[in-house]
Write a protein that binds this ligand. Structure first.
Ligand code: ADP
Ligand code: MG
Length: 654
């Protein structure tokens, strides 16, 4: 019989009322309400104690206790011996001590250490047998911590804890985790640090396990297909012709992809790589291999500009296959349609025009989606659905923290390109305000004289927003005597924007003023100066993307963040790091996982124990266990796993 809270010795109506105020209705509720923190009474080694440390020592009282006054406050002083050393003990406002202790007593003293006076200013003294090393702090208003500890003691003494196990023993025991009941016991009544460690590890694992269970159970179904029979000799000799050496991360990623191709299930892989890390060549090699296997490739990018750039790059590199470009503005001709359907074209590179119904393939074998976060889930799926074999590569320059990537995609489906090509110089990032604008003016002048390209980015087109916009910055430029600049923003026609971009690219020593439209993908080696006005109005990831438009060659580049003084801490992070992966970790810490995956579909509960940023290894371990479990043939039918199945399908909370 499960006992009620009010049946526990020492729990009266008054206390019940207080508990209810805190949402505690049952023994179970109470046990789930774990301490917010702990006061630590574990013994200090005096040799390690620093001036003004709070320390705890065990020692013998070696003088009589004398009671005197310090102003109006009673003061007790005496001496203690520890490790052959004498220490002066002073206790304010604790006159009763002279009754409780005497010379020769063994005591545990906690207090503030004065290294120079060799003195401890006491906060508490107890007999050694009464010492608990660690005192839980619950911080529930109206209820003493002592009371809670007492009640919990009572509960465990009578085996009334009613904490049932929710992970099978055969899973948690070999990993050296303790049981759920033990974990709650130890977290409320820890004897020592190790108890705390064990209980927290177990409870973290539990959270990780159920998080992984929900995500892994909903991962895409495995689709069986024949291994891809690409021509490795041809691929190798193609690699030999690349005008640069691939970085180690690029090589590793290519190997990951080729390993996927050899399997008998269709693969999907997320390739995370900072701006300019060289994802395109990696995807090109994947595409090339698939074409040597006699299958077609669809490559989708979010803007025409990017499609054109990729088309150029692919056409320069690949001479032995036929490449089709398909965007909203290139008319899809009957002949091309026929040629695609009959396998004349080996690869088609396009915008989301690719998902139109009349774009049909003969044998689509690989889908590549560049800057995948720019597409909606539906657009991606529509394209993937066209592939009979559904091998997919997702490329993204907005890395998500590695823990999230592992959870969302599964550990074996993520590759990261962290290392940048060798000759890249770091971009100087400089945070300035309007009083230092001359720095920027000088910078622009220098860049233009050297026939380099300058980007100026603003958060708005007109002055509907406080802050800088296209209008104000164009006026400012004119006033400063710059006259060759082009403008790009969403209110101009597509033709006008394309013209702007093209003219900008073709005119070395010119300036482009733009909204954040220019964010994605464009690779212009001679771009060396980026200035972002009202930088505080942009997200961290977005600022990093914008910065990535420069620093794309051996030329030294600068990024100015022009701020109006708000939120500078965030901008300073950007000044200090150019590692998109680190920035994403910072975003995760600041804003939580919802920002990366959409709050409403996130399915991430608030964790009590788990830390998404730091518990990578533990999450990985949980993922392995969950995958093993899900792969069991009887997982859906065995009553043993009913609880898990309900958890997966019924949106049940733990
Ligand atoms: P992103 O990862 O942002 O898509 P790109 O694939 O556009 O980056 O690569 C940026 C530039 O770096 C391109 O001009 C590309 O040719 C070049 N590049 C890629 N890999 C290397 C490498 N290993 N060594 C030198 N340059 C490289
Ligand atoms: Mg790219």
């Amino acid at each position: 019989m499960v006992k009620k809270l009010e049946d526990i010795k020492g729990v009266g109506p008054q206390l019940i009322k207080q508990f209810r105020k805190h949402g505690i209705w049952s023994i179970y509720d109470l046990l789930l309400c774990v301490p917010k923190s702990y006061e630590n009474f574990s013994l200090t080694d005096l040799k390690d104690a620093k001036h003004k440390d709070t320390i705890t020592i065990e020692c013998v009282i070696s003088s009589d206790l004398s009671l005197n006054r310090y102003g109006k406050t009673p003061r007790v002083t005496f001496k203690c011996q520890i490790d052959h050393e004498m220490i002066d003990i002073v206790a304010f406002g604790k006159g009763y001590l002279v009754q409780s202790f005497k010379k020769g007593d063994q005591v545990v003293i906690k207090g503030l250490y004065n290294l120079y006076y060799h003195q401890i200013n006491v906060s508490s003294i107890t007999k050694p047998e009464k010492r608990t090393e660690i005192k839980p702090i619950y911080g529930l208003e109206g209820i003493y911590d002592k009371t809670i500890t007492h009640i919990i003691h009572e509960i465990y003494q009578n085996n009334d804890d009613a904490i049932y196990e929710i992970i099978p023993e055969h899973i948690y025991q070999p990993l050296n985790y303790i049981s759920r009941s033990q974990a709650y016991h130890k977290i409320h009544l820890p004897q020592n640090e190790n108890d705390l460690y064990l209980s927290k590890a177990r409870l973290k694992f539990e959270e990780a396990f159920f998080l992984q269970l929900r995500w892994m159970a909903n991962r895409p179904n495995q689709i069986f297909r024949e291994p891809k029979v690409y021509d490795i000799t041809r691929v190798r000799s193609f690699i030999d012709q690349i005008p640069f050496e691939l970085t180690k991360d690029q090589k590793d990623t290519v190997n990951d992809i080729f390993r996927d191709f050899k399997k008998n299930v269709a693969s999907y892989r997320l390739i995370q790589g900072d701006v300019g890390s060289g994802k395109t060549i990696v995807s090109l090699l994947a595409a090339y291999a698939i074409m040597t296997a006699g299958e077609q490739v669809a490559f989708m990018a979010p803007t025409e500009l990017l499609v054109n750039q990729h088309y150029q790059f692919f056409s320069n590199m690949i001479k032995d296959f036929n490449i089709l470009r398909l965007t909203g503005s290139t008319k899809y001709k009957e002949k091309e349609k026929y040629d695609l359907e009959t396998n004349h074209y080996d690869i088609v590179i396009g915008t989301h025009a690719l998902i139109e119904d009349d774009v049909k393939f003969k044998s689509l074998g690989l889908v590549i989606i560049d800057e995948q976060h720019k597409f909606g889930v539906e657009a991606r799926q529509q394209l993937i659905d066209k592939a009979q074999h559904k091998d997919v590569l997702y490329l993204t320059a907005t890395p998500i923290p590695r823990t999230l990537a592992m959870i969302l995609y599964g550990n074996s489906h993520v590759s990261a390109i962290k290392e940048k090509p060798k000759q890249r110089k770091l971009i100087d990032t400089i945070l300035i305000d309007k009083t230092q604008i001359q720095l920027l003016i000088d910078g622009i002048r220098l860049a233009i004289n050297q026939k380099e390209h300058v980007f100026l980015v603003v958060p708005a087109i007109h002055s509907e927003l406080i802050g800088d916009n296209i209008d104000t910055v164009s006026e400012w430029l004119t006033k400063e005597g710059f006259n060759q600049f082009f403008i790009l923003h969403g209110e101009q026609t597509k033709e006008k924007n394309e013209w702007s971009m093209k003219s900008f690219i073709e005119s070395p020593g010119s300036i482009l003023i733009s909204t954040s439209m220019v964010e994605v993908g464009i690779d212009l080696p001679t771009a060396t100066l980026m200035a972002i006005f009202s930088a505080e109005r942009f997200g961290l990831a977005q600022l990093h993307q914008l910065r990535g438009r420069v620093g794309r060659s051996h030329l030294k580049s600068v990024c100015y963040l022009v701020s109006n003084g708000e939120d500078n801490e965030r901008l300073e992070v950007l000044e200090k790091t150019q590692d998109g992966f680190k920035l994403s970790e910072f975003d995760l810490k600041q804003r939580g996982p919802g920002d990366f995956i959409g709050i409403e579909q996130s399915g991430f509960p608030n964790f009590k124990f788990l830390d998404l940023q730091h518990d990578y290894e533990l999450l990985l371990q949980a993922q392995k266990e969950v995958l093993k479990l899900l792969d069991q043939k009887d997982f859906k039918t065995n009553p043993k796993y009913r609880y898990f199945n309900r958890f997966i399908h019924e949106d049940m909370k733990l």
